[in-house]
Design a protein around this ligand. Structure first.
Ligand code: AMP
Length: 279
């Protein structure tokens, strides 16, 4: 695997590959890699001539300074995992290169996606995500971008950003990889202590409860029961919501027909966990 730290270098190498007719798959990450990230690398490898992974802990997408400070950094292990997965290129840019001093950040029109769910509870987060993914896409210029369904709303936000900027890039949303006990893999899981790790299972249990109990009609009761399942187990809940799986419009009354997704974000002490399940 080649490790590249500079934008001009990655642009040069990848432009050359593309002009030789090679296809490029791209997996952007913030590191602390786990099997969920590696599944995206594997998917990209199976569909492209070259796979690029980026690791960049993007400061503008952290709306909480402590969350950024505590974000796990495991770069040596990450490199080992990427080598093992036979990733072709690791792009490892510096903050100074991604955020040039004096450069004004672009603002993206994300519509209601920015005011609901993650957008509501993490103000500025999706602007930060768009700023960095836009810059990374310009540098890598992939044929296909691979994202995880674990970050359901993020996939929609990036899709909207890419459409608004006319990116000629295919977006592939890949299934959430889970631990054996079905906890969604996440870089933040490293921070869970033994008791928190057990309690963390309540998130997927709650989503499954919604999936098994949902019926056409009003959804307020099932949402509040789901929230209670979490609060009873020590969580501070940001949201327990049910939304249109295509648009993410929040749904209070289900016609029994529309495809839905249930989404949860909740804190166990100071660790924020998110997950979702298509219903
Ligand atoms: P992150 O490093 O958390 O920013 O994630 C980088 C990419 O990996 C994003 O597209 C995530 O949605 C995806 N990802 C994170 N966790 C998982 C998982 N458990 N399964 C599949 N993809 C994931």
């Amino acid at each position: 695997m080649i490790i590249i730290k500079h934008i001009d270098k990655i642009e040069e190498i990848l432009a050359q590959k593309k002009s030789n007719g090679k296809t490029i798959g791209f997996v952007p990450t913030m590191g602390a890699l786990h099997a969920g990230h590696i599944s995206l690398i594997e998917k990209s490898k199976s569909e492209n001539d070259f796979t690029v992974c980026s690791i960049f802990v993007n400061p503008t997408q952290f709306n909480n300074a402590i969350d950024l400070q505590k974000y796990p950094i495991t770069i040596e292990k990450d490199i080992d995992q990427l080598e093992l997965a036979v990733c072709d290129i690791l792009f490892l840019p510096s903050t100074a290169e991604m955020y040039v001093e004096g450069e004004k950040n672009e603002h993206y029109n994300l519509g209601m996606l920015e005011t609901i769910l993650e957008g509501k509870y993490r103000p500025g987060h999706f602007q930060g995500v768009c700023i960095i993914v836009d810059k990374l896409l310009k540098a890598v210029n992939p044929n296909t971008l691979y994202l995880g369904e674990k970050d359901y709303q993020q996939c929609m936000v990036i899709k909207k950003m890419m459409a608004s900027k006319n990116y000629d890039v295919v977006l592939k949303v890949c299934e959430t990889v889970r631990e054996n006990d079905e906890l969604a893999m996440s870089s933040r899981n490293i921070r869970l202590n033994k008791n928190e790790r057990i309690a963390a299972l309540k998130i997927i249990e709650t989503l499954k409860f919604i999936k098994s109990e949902i019926k056409p009609g009003k959804l307020d009761k099932i949402k509040s029961t789901a929230t209670n399942l979490l609060t009873e187990n020590g969580y501070k809940v940001d949201y327990t919501e049910i939304a249109d799986a295509e648009t993410l419009e929040l749904i209070d009354y289900w016609d029994g027909d529309k495809k839905l997704v249930a989404l949860v974000a909740a804190y166990l002490n100071d660790i924020r966990l998110i997950d979702n399940l298509i219903l």
